[in-house]
Structure formats: structure tokens, C-alpha cells
Design a protein around this ligand. Structure first.
Ligand SMILES: [Cu+2]
Length: 827
């Protein structure tokens, strides 16, 4: 009896405890609710009226604040006449809540609404943005702050600083300008290269060497912007009292702009990257990539107002936050990038040096075959020069190196060029990875390598004693990775205000090698590892961007399996930075910090370098993986990561093909001069163009003769295009003759465009065209053409002056139609 009573009172206690716990749980799992309305509205950001897409009437949208453990419920209403979506960048959500149209859910239709609901499983600084078309460029973005249960750092004030880029122009026009290969944005922001520009810097040799090697002219960014914005404004002020510690939650919500960050009153301390705490690290100047976030602490001086400046990576402008009161103290200018440096030479060494370091089997067809398409492969001379420049220091470093068993680049030995490559690669790899082999297991191995690098400071052209050149690398599972690399030769140009990107602390690359997680991020060693190699490729001229030489529309999904570790080896073969973002996961950035590799959701893969990331495949779903430069993503640099045990929801299955649809872009050009006219119309998707071109003269020996061509072409790579078409010849209103033609276009050294065709009359034609940029706007043009039917050469030479995006003036001489002057109109 007594026993029974004891049991029942025990039950009462248990029930009471469960009741209390349940209550506590409901108290803590608070639902935090937001209403967001997306609308199209007129704005005035630059003094000229423009149309923006706003969230709750503003750019950026409101900061959404949560506590870890909350349930987030966010109602998004679409007040526009186009579809939309919101993606929660860096937030771990169920796949259906990720907000990517055709992957997670159907887009939010005009006039419709969607309610997102997900538990908040993390804390830190994040952001949200539209994942539909180019809407992000129009203003559809905002910050997210999630408070942890117990904050790790105390600050007197806490501010969100959301950086972005703004153009009055319709982003679809921006994309069209990029697609047509226009030089206009480079001219508008002063980064276009020219012969006189190179001569003024004493870099003519570099200029022509690059041209000879058919390397594209380097540029840091694709688009010319009207403004850079801090929380939606060109300049803002944050309240701060003397001596206070301020936490800035910096979000790069730009469509394409990286920013150099600097505080006029001293260094900043990075305390979190992509929302997650890292061991505090100090830095003077910090490069934040598109879609990344950093939390930094800064200290307000005793008196004065100090500038926290975010300078666009390409040097085309900046946005400012003032902190404190009193006399204004501006942050120092960031030196402009020296774009003439033939980085290709250096980077070529980089590319090869890294591959063996990464333990890659370069015999892999996908990689190796693609590599021969690339400009880098053509630039063999550069490697020898680099070797030469490096001199004895490299050799010295090599002696100390523990050689690996693997041949430097097994797959390459078959190529004609293999002997020099193999040799050079070995020596280039040495200083970067040499000592790393001596580390055991996952030990950070960066220190010694850094020491070897210090020897490089004596290199010709460096002129600086202490160069910080952290070579990052790590050994894991018996394989070596070099995750980041900075070119090894510095150029302090005569101009003084120019610096080479990533070379020194004046234009640093992202600080990844110094980011260290606060606890081990290593995965269980018994997990299976899936390694996926992804080359990052692109063609600035056609403006197509690829992974493994394929656009999203052409490619298969990346398959992963729950429970495995997935490793992406990303090999950037372009001259641009690509901030790669994986949805639904955090990944380790292999950076030389061993077990303490930091966790991120977005990582910059620097020009011509290799970055390795790995993630625990534990978020079953379909997830987007893409370059976060908006126009790169839209032009193909994206993939779907698919878990093999994830069943696609029916609503998504029905619309998934739209994810892979091709966009067609249309443009044309008409040259009208006193002696002749010529021009073209084109419509193009990723690899196909259909178009028409014409030429007709009204002066000279072939008066009133005309020729028209209807064609379709197929883009193979930036050097080759196949085409077929109909060639029509006539005089006045008469068509004399029509014939079929087929051939290739081929980009020759010096960037000479050549075309070869055979026609159905049994003849053929070949032509060459070249444009010499004397200044950014003024070009000398030349064309020559030989036709077997006439057995004669026809030629044209002239000067063009680009006055605006759509208008140029020309003066020219044509062998058939004589002298003339006129204009080129682009539409
Ligand atoms: Cu990109």
C-alpha cells in the first residue's frame, strides 16, 4: 500500500517536471513573425529618377532580428507584376524554405504571398535577398541578426552595416551590355586598357605580351555603378561615444562588388565570419567578398569623427560610415589596382603549382581536357619567366622540400609541352607546399611555408622588405591542399598609386588563412569522402560563365549522399574573383588551420587559384551552389546539389525545367558613313547565335554593291566558333546571287579575329580584323579579307572614338568604297 502511494507520488513529480519542461520549451521556442512586402517603386538615389524594388518601402529592407531557438515565421507579399522570391542567405532551413525558385519552391506570383517558417538553429549576422532574376540589383535585400543564448563578446553598440551597389540603369540592360562584349563599363569606370595607358606606366611589353597570348584584359569588376551604398545611402553616420567599442555587422549585399574595408582610427578585430565566431584577429584593411558577412569590433577614439570606409574593389568609388563627433578624419585611399600587370604569367604558375599540391589527378579528363581550352595553357613563356624571376630563392626552397611520391602532374606528361611544365610545376609548388608535408596529419602547416616565402621579398620589383605572404595549405587524409595563393612577384609601379591585387597589404585578398574556428570543425575520420573537382571558367567577351566548362543549362546536377563528407576542389581559371556560395550548409574552408578550419557559407575563389572546401552532407534536399556575382550566376556559373535520397516535391518537379531554361539576348550595331554602311543584328543564348550582317557601299569602284549574310553559329570556346549561313550578293535592289557558306571563326594571337569559310560555289574566303586601343576610347581598326572568287584582297582601316555606350564616331578608308566618315550606333 505504502509502496503504491510512493509510486503514484513519483508519477506526480514526473508529470510535474514534464509539464514544467514543456512550458519552458514553449516559452523559449518563441515565434518571431515578420511581414515583408516587395513592391516596385520610383526612387532617387543619384539625383535622377530610377525604378527600384523595395521591401516595406525601403532599400535595404528591415533588419530581421531573431534569437537562436526561435521559430521564424515570415510572410512575404509580392506587390509587383513580376514573380519574386526571398532566400535566407546562410540560414540553415528545410529545403522547402530556402526560397530559390524551381529548386525550393514555385516563385511567388504577382499579387501572391508565401509564408516561410523555420526553426532558428544558429546565431550571427546573415542577410536575405531575392533569388529571382536580377532583382537583387534593384534593391531586394536586407540584414538578419540572430542573438545567441549567451553572447561571446560585449560591445557598447551594435550596428548592421549592409553594403551594396547601385545603378540607375535597368539590370537587364546591364546584362545585355555585358553580353554584347561592350567595353563601355570599363571605359566608364576608368579601367579600360590601352596602348597609351600601358606606355604611361612603362608596361607596353606586358600589354603586348598579354595580347600575344590572347589573354583577356584584366578587370576587377564587370559593371560600372552609379553609387555604392551603406544601409541604402552613399554616406551615413552611426552614433558613438568616445572610447566605446562598436560591433559592426558587415554584410556585403552587393550584386557584384567586393569592398576593401578600413577604419580611419585604427585596426578592426574580426570576431565572426559568415555569422560564425572565429578566434579574434586584427586587420587594418579587409576585403569582403560579395555575399559574405564579417562581424568586427572597432574602438571609437577620444575625440573626432572617424570614417569607416568601404572602397569598391575596382577602385571606382566608395561608401562611408562616420563614427563619433568632432573633426572629420577620413580613412586612407586604397591604391588603385594595376590592371596591366601580366598576371596571367604569374597565375599560370599558380595554377600549375597548386594542382599537384592539391594532390589532384590532372589526368582527369574533365579537368585536363578543359585546360587546353584555356588561355593559361597557351602562355607557356610566362612560366619560364616566372621561374627566372624567382631566381635562387625558389631553388633553395625546393631543396628543403620533402618531395612527394606523386609526379607533379601525371596527366600532363603526354602533352607536347610537358617537359617544361613538369619541371616548372615542381619548383613552383615547392615554396608553397614544401614544409607542409612535414606536418603530421591535420596540424596547421602554414608557418614554415611562410618563412620560405619571406625569401621572396628580395625578388626583382618587390622593393619591400617584409611581405606577408602566407601560403596556406594543409594535409588531410594523406592529401595535401593549398587552399589559397598569392602571386609571388610584386610590382610597385612607377605611378606609385597603383598596386597589384592581392600582392601586399595595400590591396589584400580575403583574410581566410588567418580565420580560425573557435573549436574543432573536423569531421569524423571514418566518413566516406566524395571529391568533386570544379573548374571555374568564363569568357568576358561573350559573357558566359561556367563550372567545368558548362553552364547550368547544359549540366547535370552534382550528386551527393547523406552521411558522406563532400569536398569541392574549385580551380579558378579566370582573371576574376568568384564568391562561391552553397545553400543550406556551412563548409570548412581548407586554409592551413587544420582542425580549426573556419566554417563559411560563401568563399571567394581568387583569380587563377584553387580553393578547397568540404561539408558534412547532413541536410537532405536540393540546394543551389553558385557564384554570387549576380551576372555570373545568371550567365551559367551555378549547379544544383542533389541528395540522392531526396524526393523532389511534386510542385517543384513540375517546374524544375525552368531552372535550366536558356535566356536569349538581342543586340545590334549599325555603322553609317559617307562612303558605306555595314552592321549586324544578333540574338544569342549561352552557345548559339543567330544573326544577320550586311555591307554596302555607295562610293568608289564597287558603287551600290552589297552583301548580306544570314548565319547561325555555335560557340565552342573563346577561341573557336563554328558557323553556317546564307551569303547574298547584289547590286541596288537586285539580288544577283545566293550561296551557302560554312566555316569557323578563330581568335589568333594578338587578339586578331579571323574567319574562314567555304561556299557552295566551290570557293572560299578568309578575313582578319584587329582593333588597337590607343586610348580607352580611341581605337585604330583594321580589316582584311580575301575571296577566291574575286582573287583579290579587300581592306578597311579607320579610327573610332567611343563617345557613349551606344554611339561612336568613325573616320575610315575602304579599298572598294574609298574615304568616309560617320558614326556607329549600337542598340
Ligand atoms: Cu563569378
Amino acid at each position: 500500500m505504502a509502496e503504491k502511494k510512493r509510486i503514484s507520488s513519483l508519477w506526480q513529480v514526473v508529470i510535474a517536471v514534464i509539464f514544467v519542461l514543456l512550458n519552458l520549451a514553449t516559452v523559449q521556442a518563441k515565434t518571431t513573425e515578420y511581414h515583408l512586402e516587395i513592391a516596385s517603386e520610383p526612387v532617387d538615389i543619384t539625383g535622377k529618377p530610377a525604378t527600384a524594388m523595395t521591401i516595406n518601402g525601403s532599400i535595404p529592407g528591415p533588419v530581421l532580428r531573431f534569437r537562436e531557438g526561435d521559430l521564424a515565421r515570415i510572410h512575404v507579399s509580392n506587390r509587383m507584376d513580376v514573380e519574386t522570391s526571398i532566400h535566407w542567405h546562410g540560414i540553415l532551413v528545410p529545403p522547402g524554405m530556402d526560397g530559390v525558385p524551381y529548386i525550393s519552391f514555385p516563385p511567388i506570383a504577382p499579387g501572391a504571398a508565401f509564408t516561410y517558417e523555420f526553426p532558428i538553429r544558429q546565431s550571427g549576422t546573415y542577410w536575405y535577398h531575392s533569388h529571382t532574376g536580377l532583382q537583387e540589383q534593384r534593391g531586394v535585400y536586407g540584414g538578419i541578426v540572430i542573438e545567441p543564448p549567451a553572447p561571446r563578446f560585449q560591445a557598447d553598440r551594435d550596428y548592421v552595416l549592409l553594403l551594396s551597389d547601385w545603378a540607375d540603369e535597368d539590370p537587364h540592360q546591364i546584362l545585355r551590355t555585358l553580353k554584347r562584349g561592350s567595353e563601355w563599363f570599363a571605359i566608364a569606370k576608368g579601367s579600360a586598357q590601352s596602348i597609351i595607358g600601358a606606355a604611361r606606366l612603362g608596361m607596353l611589353a606586358d600589354y603586348f605580351k598579354r595580347e600575344l597570348q590572347r589573354m583577356p584584359a584584366m578587370d576587377i569588376a564587370d559593371v560600372a555603378y552609379d553609387r555604392f551604398l551603406a544601409n541604402g545611402r552613399p554616406a551615413i553616420h552611426f552614433d558613438a561615444q568616445p572610447g566605446e567599442i562598436i560591433r559592426l555587422r558587415i554584410i556585403d549585399g552587393s550584386s557584384t562588388t567586393f569592398f576593401h574595408l578600413e577604419f580611419a582610427a585604427g585596426p578592426m578585430q574580426i570576431i565572426a565570419a559568415d555569422g560564425i565566431d572565429v578566434e579574434p584577429v586584427e586587420t587594418e584593411r579587409l576585403l569582403v567578398g560579395v555575399a559574405e558577412t564579417y562581424d568586427v569590433l572597432i574602438k571609437v577614439p577620444q575625440k573626432g569623427a572617424y570614417e569607416f570606409r568601404a572602397t569598391a574593389h575596382d577602385g571606382s568609388g566608395f561608401t562611408t560610415v562616420w563614427l563619433g563627433q568632432g573633426d572629420f578624419h577620413a580613412a586612407p585611399d586604397v591604391p588603385k589596382p594595376n590592371l596591366y600587370h601580366s598576371m596571367g604569367d604569374l597565375s599560370l604558375g599558380t595554377l600549375f603549382a597548386l594542382n599537384p599540391a592539391a594532390g589532384m589527378d590532372m589526368g582527369d579528363e574533365a579537368v585536363a581536357a578543359g585546360m587546353f581550352d584555356q588561355p593559361g595553357m597557351m602562355a607557356m613563356d610566362g612560366m619560364h619567366d616566372m621561374d627566372h624571376d624567382m631566381g635562387h630563392d625558389m631553388g633553395h626552397a625546393m631543396d628543403q622540400r620533402e618531395m612527394t611520391d606523386k609526379p607533379a602532374m601525371p596527366g600532363m606528361e603526354h602533352g607536347a609541352a610537358s617537359p617544361p611544365m613538369g619541371h616548372d610545376m615542381g619548383s613552383h609548388a615547392a615554396p608553397m607546399t614544401g614544409d607542409m608535408g612535414k606536418g603530421d596529419g591535420n596540424q596547421p602547416a602554414v608557418g614554415h611555408a611562410g618563412h620560405d616565402m619571406a625569401n621572396m621579398a628580395d625578388m626583382p620589383g618587390t622593393g619591400q622588405g617584409q611581405q606577408q605572404m602566407p601560403a596556406s595549405g594543409v594535409e588531410r587524409n594523406g592529401k595535401k591542399y593549398a587552399a589559397d595563393f598569392r602571386p609571388m612577384a610584386a610590382d610597385v609601379s612607377s605611378a606609385g598609386h597603383l598596386a597589384m591585387d592581392g600582392m601586399d597589404q595595400s590591396r589584400p585578398w580575403p583574410p581566410y588563412d588567418r580565420l580560425r574556428a573557435t573549436a574543432s570543425t573536423a569531421f569524423a575520420s571514418n566518413k566516406p569522402v566524395r571529391e568533386i573537382r570544379l573548374t571555374l571558367d568564363g569568357d568576358m567577351e561573350r559573357y558566359v560563365w561556367f563550372l567545368n566548362n558548362k553552364a547550368l543549362s547544359e549540366a547535370d546536377d552534382i550528386p551527393v549522399r547523406q552521411g558522406e563528407v563532400v569536398r569541392f576542389i574549385m580551380i579558378n581559371r579566370t582573371m576574376m574573383h568568384h564568391p562561391m556560395h552553397l545553400h543550406g550548409h556551412f563548409f570548412r574552408v581548407i586554409n592551413g588551420q587544420g582542425d580549426h578550419a573556419p566554417l563559411k557559407h560563401t568563399v571567394d575563389v581568387a583569380p587563377m587559384s584553387t580553393t578547397v572546401i568540404e561539408f558534412d552532407a547532413n541536410e537532405v534536399g536540393d540546394w543551389f551552389f553558385h557564384c554570387h556575382l549576380l551576372y555570373h550566376m545568371e550567365s551559367g556559373m551555378a549547379r544544383l546539389v542533389h541528395y540522392d535520397n531526396f524526393p523532389m516535391p511534386d510542385a517543384v518537379a513540375a517546374i524544375r525545367p525552368q531552372l535550366y531554361r536558356e535566356m536569349w539576348h538581342f543586340w545590334g550595331e549599325a555603322e553609317v558613313a559617307s562612303n558605306m554602311t555595314e552592321g549586324f543584328l544578333k540574338a544569342a543564348d549561352t552557345r548559339n547565335t543567330i544573326g544577320a550582317e550586311w555591307e554596302s557601299g555607295w562610293e568608289g569602284v564597287e558603287q551600290n554593291e552589297w552583301e548580306g549574310l544570314l548565319f547561325g553559329d555555335r560557340y565552342i570556346n573563346r577561341f573557336f566558333t563554328l558557323f553556317a549561313g546564307l551569303d547574298m550578293l547584289g547590286q541596288g535592289s537586285e539580288t544577283d546571287h545566293t550561296r551557302g557558306v560554312a566555316g569557323i571563326t578563330w581568335l589568333l594571337p594578338l587578339h586578331i579575329e579571323s574567319r574562314y569559310w567555304l561556299d557552295t560555289d566551290g570557293g572560299g574566303r578568309f578575313s582578319f580584323a584587329k582593333e588597337f586601343a590607343l586610348t580607352p576610347r580611341l581605337a585604330l581598326t583594321g580589316e582584311a579579307e580575301y575571296d577566291t572568287h574575286d582573287s583579290k584582297w579587300e581592306g578597311k582601316a579607320g579610327l573610332t572614338c567611343m563617345l557613349s555606350k551606344s554611339f561612336s564616331l568613325i573616320g575610315q578608308w575602304h579599298s572598294d568604297f574609298g574615304w568616309g566618315a560617320g558614326a556607329i550606333i549600337r542598340f
